[in-house]
Design a protein around this ligand. Structure first.
Ligand code: AMP
Length: 166
């Protein structure tokens, strides 16, 4: 089953965190990396408490796991990153979302797939379309045909700030 995972980070060396996370996901025996989007630089969401800018992107995997096992895997990576989750939409070292799984639809207390925020969040929609141009929602509608989200289009990251050498 083809699955898309959204990645975000707003603390520390962001791109490195996201690249390491993609490597770790791809090293899981139940996942094989198919494609990784460019990384995008995104201002914090309106209404949230995050102060820092986010690096966001989307990775595509061939997935042999159940959605529950996939969620457990992404949660474990978030925890291992030392993620702080005290605040709604606050700064975080790692945020992983199960965005889309080919042919799968799920809505319960632990998981909503397709992720309901895809079409409204430009930092999710554009990297998703980069790796999965013909992605469709639960009604079979192509995300590429949706209206542009009402937020600025994120810019792909060129050179990221690196931690200063001591
Ligand atoms: P958040 O604070 O946005 O990272 O929310 C994390 C929780 O949202 C997870 O522990 C999941 O149980 C739940 N959740 C619901 N749908 C999804 C999804 N598509 N991907 C990831 N987490 C989800």
């Amino acid at each position: 089953m083809k699955v898309a995972i959204g990645l975000g980070c707003s603390l520390g060396p962001r791109r490195r965190m996201l690249e390491l996370t993609v490597q770790k996901l791809g090293a899981h025996p139940g996942l094989r990396t198919l494609a990784v989007s460019r990384w995008y630089r995104t201002p914090p969401m309106r209404g949230g408490t995050a102060l820092g800018w986010f690096a966001n992107g989307v990775a595509l995997f061939d997935c042999a796991l159940s959605l529950d096992d996939l969620l457990a895997t992404t949660r474990a990576l978030e925890e291992a990153s030392g993620r702080r989750r005290s605040r709604h939409w606050g700064d975080r070292t790692l945020d992983l979302d199960v965005l889309l799984a080919a042919g799968a639809r799920r809505e319960d207390s632990s998981l909503t797939v397709p992720h309901p925020g895809i079409a409204q969040r430009s930092f999710v929609l554009y990297p998703l379309l980069e790796v999965w141009p013909d992605a469709v929602d639960e009604r079979g509608l192509r995300y590429a045909d949706f209206a542009e989200p009402d937020m600025p289009r994120p810019a792909p990251i060129g050179i990221m700030p690196r931690p200063k050498a001591r």
